[in-house]
Design a protein around this ligand. Structure first.
Ligand SMILES: *Cc1c(COP(=O)(O)O)cnc(C)c1O
Length: 231
């Protein structure tokens, strides 16, 4: 299984590098977040052994459980899915980056727990670029208020934006949505408060990460492509 994981990982990294080159970008400007929500802790440990050390989980509970089971300091854990306010405290104890901050109330809850733990929490603001009702995230028009709010919070560091492409869109739709996120980040860049930066764009999954990289992604969240051909 380790061999298969190494093979999958190097195939994904090659495609990341090729997409970056096509876009005239440095391959090092794109980081791979290995999404481990499909597999148990043992298989996750093998993925780390294969060389993938930034891991993403979409459920807070799974992130807590796996990070404590693996207890490996070389792993950087990212939360990529919806975070309920009552789960903030435990999550910020283990997560290096929360990709999925999707409401003003959550921003405030993170500030409160961050302050209790004396910790500055690194986050991305999730934007609902496809406009699908089932999707979390700030509406593009709501981003200004979110950034302003974040600017008033002492234990928060916003590093950029995150989105998911629409569920039933094609490649063109995905590209348009990723471009929308990049343009939003460029528009807000100039007027951000001191603790808000627009350095990161988390976008792209197994089916569309190459498109996302061509549109400027700095973090791609890839799950199923890493676990192909694994029983
Ligand atoms: C599951 C998930 C991914 C990875 O999806 P794949 O298509 O398996 O690569 C990326 N981002 C989020 C938020 C997810 O929940």
């Amino acid at each position: 299984m380790l061999d298969q994981l190494k093979k999958n990982l190097s195939a994904v990294r090659e495609r990341i590098n090729a997409a970056a080159q096509r876009a005239g970008r440095e391959p090092e400007s794109v980081r791979l977040v290995g999404v481990t929500k499909y597999v148990d802790a043992a298989t996750t440990a093998l993925l780390v052994e294969a060389g993938c050390t930034i891991l993403g989980e979409n459920r807070p509970q799974s992130l807590w459980e796996k990070s404590s089971e693996l207890n490996d300091p070389q792993i950087e854990w990212h939360l990529i899915g919806h975070l309920q306010r009552n789960k903030v405290k435990r999550t910020i104890e283990v997560a290096t980056l929360i990709h999925s901050v999707d409401s003003l109330r959550l921003l405030n809850a993170i500030q409160m727990s961050g302050s209790e733990l004396n910790k500055t929490v690194r986050v991305l603001l999730e934007v609902n670029v496809s406009g699908e009702a089932s999707k979390h995230g700030f509406a593009p028009e709501g981003l200004f208020a979110a950034i302003e709010q974040a600017g008033s919070l002492s234990h928060l560091q916003v590093e950029g934006l995150m989105c998911m492409a629409g569920l039933d869109g094609n490649a063109d739709d995905a590209r348009r949505e990723f471009d929308t996120l990049r343009v939003l980040s460029e528009q807000h860049q100039a007027n951000c408060p001191a603790n808000v930066q627009m350095n990161e764009l988390s976008m792209g999954m197994s089916g569309d990460y190459e498109i996302a990289i061509e549109s400027g992604a700095t973090l791609v969240r890839v799950g199923s492509a890493l676990f192909a051909e694994i029983e």
